[in-house]
Design a protein. Structure first.
Length: 125
């Protein structure tokens, strides 16, 4: 399915509003309340994110070995995990942007487009 067809099909969906309260966010359609995908998937949370961050930290050390070879080994973890946190934060920012764009599209009909390559790639996924 190409992006144009995807946008046309989304625009045909019924009106959905996003609402927030102290417990999180949810969606309302035809006076029915639906939990967010994040809330629905929460029980399935596992150690995958922590394992991914650890893998990113290891890969960062390998890619930047010349920098790490001058550090004391005790500093390796601090630097490597800081780098993996930055990667995670960047991915989180992209996810938040995509979610916001989809919310705006569903509630306001705003087009799904971005000049940020990573966001465009996520929208196409």
């Amino acid at each position: 399915m190409n992006t144009k067809n995807f946008i046309l099909k989304l625009s045909e969906l019924p009106q959905v509003t996003t609402e927030h309260n102290q417990f999180g966010h949810f969606y309302r359609r035809d006076n029915k309340v639906y939990d967010s995908v994040s809330k629905l998937l929460a029980p399935l949370k596992d150690d995958s994110l922590e394992n991914w961050k650890s893998d990113q930290a290891k890969a960062h050390i390998v890619r930047n070995w010349s920098e790490y070879s001058t550090l004391h080994p005790e500093q390796w973890l601090t630097h490597a995990f800081s780098a993996s946190e930055q990667i995670k934060d960047n991915a989180s920012d992209i996810g938040k942007t995509v979610h916001s764009m989809i919310d705006q599209h569903l509630s306001l009909g705003t087009p799904l487009s971005s000049e940020i390559p990573a966001v465009t790639s996520a929208l196409r996924a």
